[in-house]
Design a protein around this ligand. Structure first.
Ligand code: SF4
Length: 218
């Protein structure tokens, strides 16, 4: 990996790269879409893929174009490339969905802003859902937040890939401020005690779940 390709993933053809966008809570503006379309045309990018993390993946970027593509994408080109919060996905929540009980979009944006660029031992995926139907996949994310009629419920240590694991329920009926504090406490503990490249799910298997109550301030 060189400075010019840092953060771009080499593709199956062994010569072109994929670049992730940064799309907090999966919300884009018409201007964002126009930017992505313009950049894709200008640099002859053959595939634009929407990822499970509600980001755009620009696939087939030539190595010599990586820096220019990032620059032309502007703020949406500044995807996290260090181990840390990769994305905060969200459902529409109470602002738009008839089933919503909590404002998932606002909370997801707040979390996304707070953790942008911060380093952790491994990548962290966060899912926020506005009700127990869990369209934000909260139960299988490192940090999962789910709205109920009584407030927010938090799960920690979920994983959807190999060795799928449902996150441990840590607390329920929290306010937005309480959930933000709890996320800070849990991630601070994880950052201090996890080994390099150790995802939250594997960390829980090694360290146990007893500390979660401590992290929850109980
Ligand atoms: S999780 Fe609930 S609030 Fe969010 S989109 Fe699904 S049904 Fe609607």
């Amino acid at each position: 990996m060189t400075d010019t390709t840092y953060g771009a993933k080499l593709q199956r053809d062994g010569r072109t790269y994929a670049i992730q966008t940064r799309i907090p809570a999966g919300v884009v503006t018409p201007e964002d879409l126009e930017t992505i379309a313009r950049v894709a045309k200008e640099f002859h990018i053959p595939l634009i893929k929407i990822t499970s993390g509600q980001r755009f993946l620009l696939v087939g970027v030539q190595e010599q174009d990586i820096a220019d593509v990032r620059r032309e994408l502007g703020s949406i080109g500044s995807a996290s490339i260090t181990p840390g919060v990769r994305y905060v996905q969200s459902c529409p929540g109470i602002a738009y969905c008839k089933n919503g009980t909590q404002d998932s979009l606002s909370l997801a944006r707040e979390i996304s802003d707070e953790y942008a660029g911060k380093e952790f031992p491994a990548k962290i995926k966060i899912g926020v859902s506005g009700c127990p139907r869990c369209c934000g996949e909260s139960r299988v994310r490192d940090i999962g937040i789910m709205g109920t009629a009584k407030g927010w419920t938090l799960f920690f240590g979920g994983h959807s890939g190999f060795n799928t694991r449902q996150g441990e329920q840590v607390a329920t009926s929290l306010t937005s401020d309480e959930i933000l504090d709890l996320v800070r406490n849990l991630l601070a503990y994880y950052k201090t005690h996890a080994q390099p490249k150790e995802r939250t799910s594997r960390f829980l298997e090694r360290a146990g779940t007893g500390w979660l109550a401590e992290g929850a301030g109980k």
